[in-house]
Design a protein around this ligand. Sequence first.
Ligand SMILES: Nc1ncnc2c1ncn2[C@@H]1O[C@H](COP(=O)(O)OP(=O)(O)OP(=O)(O)O)[C@@H](O)[C@H]1O
Ligand SMILES: O=P(O)(O)OC[C@H]1O[C@H](OP(=O)(O)OP(=O)(O)O)[C@H](O)[C@@H]1O
Ligand SMILES: O=C(O)c1cccnc1
Ligand SMILES: [Mg+2]
Length: 553
Amino acid sequence: MEAPEKGVPLSTKLSKHGQNGVIQPLLTDLYQITMAYAYWKSQKYEDTAVFDLFFRRNPFRGEFTIFAGLEECIKFLEHFHYTTDDIEYLRTILPPTTEEEFFEFLHNLTAKDVIVYAVDEGSVVFPRVPIIRLEGPLPVVQLLETTLLNLVNYASLVATNAARFRLAAGQDKQLLEFGLRRAQGPDGGLSASRYCYIGGFDGTSNVLAGKLFDIPVKGTHAHAFVTSYEKLDDVHERTMTAKDGSKTVDFVSLCEQKLEELSKVLGFPIDQVHMGELAAFVSYARAFPTGFLALLDTYDVMKSGVHNFCAVCLALHDLGYRPVGVRLDSGDLAYLSLLLRERFKKVAEKFNLDWFGKLTIVASNDIDEDTIHSLNQQGHSIDAYGIGTHLVTCKKQPALGCVYKLVEINGLARIKLSQDVEKVTTPGKKVAYRLFGSDGNALLDLMTQSEEEPPKVKERVLCRHPFVESKRAYVIPAYVECLHKLYWKDGQVQQPLPKMKEIKERALASLNKLRPDHKRALNPTPYKVSVSDQLYNFMHDLWLDNAPIGELS
Ligand SMILES: Nc1ncnc2c1ncn2[C@@H]1O[C@H](COP(=O)(O)OP(=O)(O)OP(=O)(O)O)[C@@H](O)[C@H]1O
Ligand SMILES: O=P(O)(O)OC[C@H]1O[C@H](OP(=O)(O)OP(=O)(O)O)[C@H](O)[C@@H]1O
Ligand SMILES: O=C(O)c1cccnc1
Ligand SMILES: [Mg+2]
């Protein structure tokens, strides 16, 4: 890699060619390069290969996956080139017998002769269906394998995880990604923020992700802010001016008065209320009068936090400001959210302030998908979730198993056999279609050989299980979507690459066309991925041709 230029802003360094600078041809496994040498040495560099990138099983025991990472893959192809520096490095790691002409060959390689068909980024995808199909000179498409898998696997995994959190929480809740501190390094953190947004989150706490990807950045405050104050005297600047500029008051005294008033009206003892916490809330409100959202659980949510919060809210109201809400970061989140809502409604009633009952309650603290389902079952009054560890580390399943398999060489289909039927590849160049029923929902995905006629609307098509002969169905689609679009040819991007927001909208729209039972959290119904009759017969003939016949004696 060229040395970073001095004086270049960080964002430019990180987004070389509008892409993370670490994404470059050497971000690969050594064996791709040694294979390229062996192909080159045995005159196979002009062979034309077709590779499919696909996964065999959906993550998180689910029955769907959100495809993400395509834009990065296309940009990688656009700039695929080994620099002089890269070649010098390769010279040091390849054996001295490596011929000089190979390094020249590598130095001149680009992806201009590669053709890429792919499913649109953000689409729901299913096992075995090629998400990306690459065709081109064998050494080049081979050299792309590891980087493309790296770009797609985590992106799709975390986008799917985010989509599952969204399904659990419902469309009306705010979902905030708070995972940077727990993410797998800086790149893991940035990718997580980007692809969680695509998968259905509303924002991130990750400021750099906000800057680089134009994602809304959001946040509250930490316990440290509260514990840094011990008593009310710690608030040095006591005054605050009304929103309309009409008056300036002693805000600390105003908050104290409100606390006393609340204690009388609601009947709670003031001696259990932590004055350091009140000092912190006062200071935070002074800094953010239009965005006051306080963390309530530093000492005791119901004995201290909520009283201090309500007092500051009433004081802000006197000055014409509208507070935002609270965050809970420990304890029984369902129970506490209900108690808080009850309290807010009571204050709303006693002080005749309708908005008070509708203040936002944010919950955080080690929340996973199951926690959200459980909270829903119990009943709660949470409006927003801040989610970190389980989301970005994908604790429930830390990797998606996308693979990259050779399916055709020089126009001849190739099959990879395995004792494990699931691992047998689908040979040849294929096209995938999604067939929809009259209710608008997806019925199944169908793979055909590339030269076959596409399935037609209102025409019966035989769809077969790829392995089980008896499993087949006639489908009369109300709508047919060709999943494979031409994305890269002649060294040019062939489709407009959509903005993050559009990819996010596609993910939502694509999920909305999937029947609810496929999206169910527990034991969802598998979505059918089938092959055409022609592809079925072709595949099984090739299988028999390639499987040796055993002999018993
Ligand atoms: N009502 C609830 N139903 C199911 N799970 C909940 C509920 N409320 C909280 N949780 C989860 O229970 C776990 C509680 O974790 P833990 O015991 O570490 O936290 P805590 O004791 O409440 O807080 P602290 O961070 O102060 O230790 C968290 O994963 C949280 O998301
Ligand atoms: O729990 P997560 O889903 O990862 O969400 C992010 C967490 O990060 C913050 O605190 P941190 O965990 O650093 O400290 P805490 O455990 O003391 O709250 C925040 O208060 C959340 O608890
Ligand atoms: O803004 C927050 O509340 C936040 C951000 C990151 C991690 N935990 C909380
Ligand atoms: Mg925590």
